[in-house]
Design a protein around this ligand. Structure first.
Ligand SMILES: Cc1cc2nc3c(=O)[nH]c(=O)nc-3n(C[C@H](O)[C@H](O)[C@H](O)COP(=O)(O)OP(=O)(O)OC[C@H]3O[C@@H](n4cnc5c(N)ncnc54)[C@H](O)[C@@H]3O)c2cc1C
Ligand code: SF4
Length: 561
């Protein structure tokens, strides 16, 4: 390491380089399924294949936040023996309720109104984080190298612009961007193919979509923010296998979203709330809407007397079929929720994430077998667009645009009819467009009144600091702020002036604050609180916030989520 005499910039040492057949970014359901399938295929042919998986969390599962009711089609196709192999997937769904909430009451929507694809009969209630930990152990048994605490920070290219791998982040860089005493240069991991499985709004995925113009022929991606708490409830309140979803209160009819509540394990209840990020009112506070929702008479009795043991938040993709970008580029491919394979009306994405991992692995293995490297895995794109993922997503592709256009009450009825039509007819109804991206849906604060949310009672409803404590989130403080503002003037000059700076409210971790100092506002970023949900990167009306990976291992340390 030395100083360049002319520029004054620090010259960093060369990165050490490691060579693999396949490099995978992200140890979620998609990335781990790809890794497992590659090893299975190689073993089946008595061959070796080197596979590495990078994970930014301190361990596989540490950054996974999901519901989760899972469709076992994903597990069945990647590890068909999962039932005998000790997968933490035990609780069958026994009862499936759908409620429309008003301020004081609720209406049960009978299941026969929904097409069979919405049924949870064959599904299981799990902690997806635990399932991911188990998948990681299976991958390691097969010889996959998993590097937790090593974020993929930079995409590497050859001279022709083809992706050759990724570099992990440097360790020991101070807040001023200068190397500290304990500085360790990141590694360059080169692969014949690099698979990006970063989940919703992946930071490298976002770059790739821009660089290769992958979304040129797709509708804008749509998102929701999902907030979740894990509760240990009183035994008499626990109904193992109960799945309950709601729409309606406390959200207005024009604000999309809803809740989930899943009973499983030892008196455990996963309770969560999703707000669609195309909301218009800049005063909306998704975390406080979630807290208010828990006080509803159809919800509160389950939690009363219980103990909240977990909290977290994560964005989810909602654009569906019409928002899926081109999936391949020279040297790599997009997998899982990074590509947007979430089925929104089913609130399920983990099965498609696993299926996409399997399909990408099959295409990469076939290419490597044929002596290819660094080209496009077109067989993967073809398999996604004609196989089970397409079948799952095409039938429900109009649900989200219908809800956005007609509001929750009428939209639910109309989208139900559209899903029925697409189930019983051999011809699909025309595909509806989403229109504008979520950040462009926000309207000026002058058209709204601030919302008066009730104060938390510390029993059923809580504040953000006590919630963050349960997420275990932590970041080394002396490191560059990983929430990078393209223009530091925008939050106060534009966002505060026009939208009352909505980042203060949509961030579920109080990372963004506007503080009065000497009679003038100051914008503060408490980066150490960040939950890696990516909402700011999506919803900032000026698209001025770029979420980048912090130093490895930073972020939430979820358990049982
Ligand atoms: C609130 C909520 C409820 C949900 N409920 C359900 C449900 O009930 N059923 C269901 O099937 N699905 C559900 N989903 C969706 C489901 O969680 C996702 O479809 C699934 O997790 C996607 O898997 P993935 O592997 O694509 O991404 P993820 O699960 O997000 O995994 C991505 C992994 O990559 C890591 N990563 C990201 N970027 C980098 C980087 N640059 N370097 C290194 N590592 C990186 C992350 O830390 C993470 O571990 C829900 C989602 C949410 C948010
Ligand atoms: S800073 Fe952004 S990514 Fe981090 S918790 Fe807040 S909204 Fe989510």
């Amino acid at each position: 390491m030395g100083n360049d005499a002319q520029t004054g910039q620090v010259e960093l040492p060369e990165r050490e380089t490691m060579e693999f057949d396949v490099v995978i970014v992200g140890a979620g359901p998609a990335g781990l399924s790809a890794a497992i399938r590659l090893k299975q295929l190689a073993a089946g042919k008595g061959k070796e294949i080197s596979v590495v998986v990078l994970e930014k969390g301190s361990e596989a599962g540490a950054h996974i936040l999901s519901g989760a009711v899972i469709d076992p089609i994903g597990l069945d196709s990647v590890i068909p023996t999962w039932r005998e192999d000790g997968a933490p997937v035990a609780q069958h769904v026994t009862e499936d309720r759908f409620l429309y909430l008003g301020p004081a009451g609720d209406i049960h929507i009978p299941h026969f109104l929904f097409p069979p694809l919405m049924s949870n009969k064959r599904n299981y209630i799990v902690s997806l984080g635990d399932v991911v930990r188990w998948l990681a152990s299976k991958a390691e048994e097969l010889g996959v190298e998993i590097y937790p605490g090593f974020p993929g920070a930079e995409i590497l290219f050859d001279n022709h612009g083809n992706v050759t791998g990724v570099a992990t982040g440097d360790l020991g860089v101070g807040r001023d961007g200068m190397p500290k005493g304990e500085f360790v240069r990141g590694m360059a991991l080169n692969g014949k193919y690099t698979l990006f499985a970063e989940g919703a709004r992946g930071s490298l995925t976002k770059k790739l979509i821009g660089l290769f113009d992958l979304a040129a022929n797709a509708e804008p991606q749509k998102f929701g923010i999902g907030l979740k708490e894990l509760w240990q409830v009183r035994p008499e309140k626990h109904q193992p296998g109960l799945v309950q979803h709601t729409m309606g209160w406390p959200l207005s009819d024009s604000t999309g979203g809803g809740s989930f509540m899943y009973h499983y394990g030892e008196n455990l209840v996963s309770i969560g709330f999703v707000v669609h990020l195309n909301y218009q009112n800049p005063y909306l506070h998704p975390f406080k809407e979630f807290q208010r929702f828990k006080t509803h008479p159809a919800i509160a009795p389950y939690l009363e007397g219980g103990k909240r043991i977990g909290y977290g938040a994560r964005a989810l993709t909602e654009g569906g079929w019409q928002s899926i970008p081109k999936l391949t580029f020279p040297g790599g491919a997009l997998l899982g929720c990074g590509a947007g394979f979430m089925n929104v009306p089913r609130i399920k994405g983990s099965h498609n994430a696993m299926l996409s991992g399997k399909l990408a692995a099959e295409a990469a293995f076939e290419a490597i077998e044929a002596g290819r490297a660094g080209d496009e895995l077109t067989a993967y794109e073809e398999a996604v667009r004609t196989g089970p993922i397409a079948h799952d997503l095409k039938r429900v592709r109009n649900a989200k645009p219908i809800l956005s256009r007609f509001g929750t009450a009428l939209g639910t009825a109309l989208s139900g009819m559209d899903m029925w039509l697409n189930t019983i007819s051999t011809k699909l109804s025309p595909t509806l467009k989403h229109g504008k991206p979520d950040y462009a849906a926000l309207k000026p604060a002058s058209g709204f009144k601030p919302i008066d949310y009730p104060k938390p009672d510390g029993k059923l409803t809580f504040d953000i600091p006590s919630s963050l404590f349960l997420s275990g989130t932590n970041h080394e403080e002396d490191q560059p702020v990983h929430l990078v503002l393209a223009n530091p003037a925008v939050p106060l000059r534009d966002n505060l002036a026009v939208y009352a700076e909505p980042a203060q409210r949509y961030c579920p971790a109080m990372v963004y604050e506007v503080i009065e100092e000497g009679g003038a506002p100051r914008f503060q970023i408490n980066a150490q609180n960040c939950l890696h949900c990516k909402t700011c990167d999506i919803k900032d009306p000026a698209q001025n916030i770029n979420w980048t990976v912090p130093e490895g291992g930073g972020g939430p340390n979820y358990s049982g989520m």
